[in-house]
Design a protein around this ligand. Sequence first.
Ligand code: T1G
Length: 694
Amino acid sequence: MSQVSIERRDGVAVISINNPPVNALSQPVREGLTRSIDEVAADDDVKAIVIFCTGRTFIAGADIREFGRPPVPPYLPDVVTLIEASDKPVVAAMHGTALGGGLEVALGCHYRIAAGSASLGFPEVNLGLLPGASGTQRLPRLIGAERALDMMLSGKPVNAGTALDYGLIDKICEDNNLQDAAIEFARSQVANGPRRIREMTVPDVDPDLFEKTRAGIARKTRGLMSPEKIIRCVELSTQVGFDEGLKAERDLFVECKDSPQSDGLRHAFFAERAVSKVPDIGKDTAVTAINTVAILGAGTMGAGIAYNCLTSGYAVHLLDNNAEGLERGATTIRKLFEGGVARGKISEEKMAAGIERLSTTTDYGDIGDADLVIEAVFENMTVKKEVFEKLDSVCKAGAILATNTSTLDVDEIANVTKRPQDVIGLHFFSPAHIMRLLEIVRGAATSAEVIATSLALAKRLRKIGAVVGNCFGFVGNRMLYSYGRENQFLLLEGAAPEHIDQAMFDWGMAMGPNAVGDLAGLDVGYKVRQERTDLPDDPRFYRIADLLVEQGRFGQKTGKGMYLYSDGSRNPAPDPEVQSLINNESEKLGITRRDIEPQEIIERCIYGLISEGARILEDGIAARSSDIDVIWTNGYGFPRHRGGPMHFADTVGLTAVYDKVCEFRDRFGAEFWEPPALLKDLADKNQRFSDFDK
Ligand code: T1G
């Protein structure tokens, strides 16, 4: 059945698109649109045209899956041009999310009507692209250059009310009356005829707008190529004719589409949709209803998790066995609400309702009715076991018992209860109300229902839930150990902390490993290492980090760590004291210090990640290499435009990665650099990690 059909309604032709789930502009849809426009243009009984979509949304863009393949006609810019050229008024009837190429189709139409709940936007920048079907030339002509830039550079949709204010749409109608309202509106425009945006000029352009915009986005779009190209296109829309601007837009679009950056961002888009599909957890697995969540531990993590739950509509019991700690936790939560109101993220009403749903207690007896318990106490196995024994005795049957441990053995914790099937790891990242990642750690006994319920929880908390297996550090922190190890070794071999951090920052990491250590607190990692009995017997292993902690240098929270933070500032300053400590340790360990190039720093840190990622796949701790990418781009500041460590390895080529790892093995020893069998196997077959995922 064709994905595009025509229905004639008293002189108005309704062209309907039906391509679930989001009516993407796939080749068959473009072909169907072209054929339909040609057909109704030639039909004298048709006086006006409506473009409408069935299902949950108007066109949500071009079909992103097609971008990795050679383009097939009809090309979208030509479809939009054909629509605009119609002599009969064409009305776009939009509901759901009219995005990207979908909004460009609407801009090719002569009039636009939207359901009250619709949202309209150009999210291409999130995919390393720009609106490549005339959006950069038509939008500024219709709503002005400044608003057009804002929509295209933020990638954020606007709601129907704002779209009407902007003049982006002509009318808003009831959600359940869109098609009829659009037909009536189209009929009312027959007398006026077509109104073509290409014939308009961009209104009132501030001559300094483009330079101001470039300066304003420089920090936020560091290392990204498409934002500048978006600005350039809109600038051209104010300087040259429509068709010349269109030509330039197409050239710049193709440059973006064929770039590794867009490839990485498109990979991230699909990886984040695939991660919620857990191979052995069927779509029909029962999900337990969660209304009340008990959170144990009112520290920074506990308070952040509580705030996240409260703003997602859950009732929360916050428990801490220290009354002052509890008070501090409740105050932190209130401050988070006030901050949310101040930034316009939440309303006063939502704050009041949220705080209303919060109860605090020091008594385990008060949390027996919770549907879910999230333990966020001190990262110590003995303490956690005591807590879970208590929970086992007070919580109702069927309650989910979750631990927020970031490294410890979930099975060992579960086995102190009589209900290990109800125990799971829910590893939030700090700050818990901001970081989008939730690492969901399944234990050996965790039931499918508990896993499915945790995935549903993640969605409701507006997080990306990634289900992983149980081992030390799960996926994220297990890989972080290899990354951090190389950082520590490089310090001893001759690279200054600030040089390592600059190399990783310039490569795209949100922060260098030493600045991250100071932010998270060096004492956190130290305590975890103290608990471990399986650390390598190598005197260099986290030597510097251990020494700094033993000197009370925990990082930002103590005003000094690897760096100095004078007067409570968060700006790291190199500390000569630390450098001489490092130099002394190199000498004690008989290490001759040398100049180390940024390329070596990057390769050792990133290939360390990739190798550990390959071992994680071998161990079945992650189901897909793309899951690992989701975890690192959403939890560890890995540059999204590189797609994630495993995707990055695929772009380099696994043979080249394997050869480099072998070189490091020969230079630095097999203990840390023996290539994983999976890496060798895929390299030998000239395959990619993405082939492993298939
Ligand atoms: N192309 C192909 N598949 C798409 C798609 C698209 N544009 N959008 C969604 N999907 C798939 C998605 O992979 C998932 O598949 C299913 O649809 C449901 O999506 C020329 C260059 C619309 C807000 O960037 O932001 O137009 O996992 O789980 O949470 O200028 O999807 O079920 O197999 O995300 O309700 C611009 C991308 C493209 C919008 C719905 N458009 N999509 O969110 O569902 S570039 C976008 C979204 C472009 C032109 C340019 C969201 C959504 P599966 P979902 P959702």
